[in-house]
Design a protein around this ligand. Structure first.
Ligand SMILES: *Cc1c(COP(=O)(O)O)cnc(C)c1O
Length: 366
């Protein structure tokens, strides 16, 4: 087991009843209701990580001059806890998230959380709030986990904060697509980019999301669900969506995904999909992939499916690309396509313990 000594437990005296939890499980909305507890551990240069605690979930009091409010030193992760048929609770490749959290921290001049502390916060929280993890019913319900870090130093001086807090909160999540899996439509962002070389594109920081909200709203005004960004230099290479990586399935059995260029977030789902696709006999190629190739591949019928992936939505088929001057459709109208569906099923079967985890990706929490 993990060394959990870093977090003392101060239980919530006013926990939700089993009826209330059942109510939330019956109608989960993404990230709307949170469990009874949260994890927090503080850092400063003198003491390092100290005073870790699991306490009642609730508002935190902060000085208005804390640097996170002014200079945006904030990073986060997105993970899930899955309940298996036998009642045990697992998470998926957490060391990948812990490693990425440390890389994000380094880029944002925040202190690195050691992997064992990162994972202890999660394990302790899920152990205490295990009733909040939905039962295994063959579906896609889980407990969504949101580890994050904020800069807490008080003062407006522009410099790396001398103190920070690592926290974990958790929220029951139903299937991402409540009304069933349907291909999404994607807006091509022509006026805005997500990340430039040397910038923060490979870090999971709130600022990247803040900058993607305006293009996202533009996409929604144009009837789309998601936004795709091109590279910032040539405006030519397909990078990723605001929060998901992209894959292109070819008729010849090869699958292309944009290479990790430093401006793309290194998705754990992306990496897992590459492995699963290779296991299934597909040739997966990581390379630069242009918008022109996308358009021509679809119009000539060489690209048969396009899909996006990330922890929250798992694998999402893409049905349409829309830009200012036009649009095109792709994949099967109803399902997106068989390759995306099969990979999606393979991933879910491992996460929920329904198929053998040959890669050693699962980590037991409870
Ligand atoms: C989180 C995220 C992803 C998906 O990463 P996973 O580890 O698969 O959840 C992809 N792109 C961006 C920009 C992200 O923030």
């Amino acid at each position: 087991m993990q060394d959990t000594s870093k977090f003392s437990i101060n239980p919530n005296e006013n926990r939700a009843t089993s009826e209330r939890i059942a109510q939330v499980h019956a109608k989960p909305a993404f990230g709307a209701v949170f469990t009874d507890h949260m994890a927090r551990i503080d850092w400063d240069a003198e003491q390092g990580w100290h005073d870790g605690e699991i306490t009642a979930y609730g508002p935190i009091q902060m000085d208005p001059a804390c640097s996170v409010f002014h200079y945006g030193q904030e990073i986060f992760e997105g993970m899930k806890a899955y309940r298996h048929e036998d009642g045990s609770i697992w998470t998926f490749r957490p060391e990948q998230n812990a490693d990425r959290f440390r890389r994000s921290a380094a880029r944002l001049a925040l202190p690195e959380v050691p992997n064992d502390v990162f994972l202890s916060g999660i394990t302790e929280l899920v152990t205490l709030d295990q009733e909040w993890v939905p039962v295994a019913d063959g579906g896609e319900a889980s407990l969504y986990l949101r580890p994050f870090m904020i800069a807490t130093e008080v003062g407006l001086g522009v410099r790396p904060s001398k103190s920070a807090a690592y926290m974990v909160i958790a929220s029951p999540a139903g299937p991402y697509f409540a009304s069933g899996l349907k291909p999404v439509s994607i807006w091509l962002s022509e006026d805005y980019t997500r990340a430039a070389p040397g910038g923060t594109g490979a870090a999971k920081c709130g600022g990247n999301y803040a900058a993607s909200l305006n293009p996202m709203a533009e996409g929604q005004r144009n009837g789309c669900d998601q936004v795709v960004f091109l590279d910032a230099i040539e405006n030519k290479w397909v990078e990723e969506l605001g929060g998901m990586n992209l894959f292109f399935v070819y008729r010849d059995g090869s699958i292309v995904t944009p290479e990790l260029s430093g401006t793309i977030l290194e998705g754990v789902t992306r990496d897992s999909v590459i492995s699963l696709a290779r296991d299934a006999g597909y040739e997966v190629i990581e390379r630069k992939f242009s918008l022109e190739e996308w358009r021509e591949g679809v119009s000539h019928g060489d690209i048969t499916e396009v899909f996006a992936c990330g922890t929250a939505a798992v694998i999402t088929p893409v049905g349409k690309l829309v830009w200012r001057e036009g649009q095109m459709t792709m994949g099967n109208k109803e399902t997106g396509g068989d390759v995306a569906l099969a990979l999606r099923q393979a991933l879910l079967d491992i996460q929920y313990g329904r198929k053998e985890d040959t890669h050693g990706w699962l980590h037991q929490l409870v």
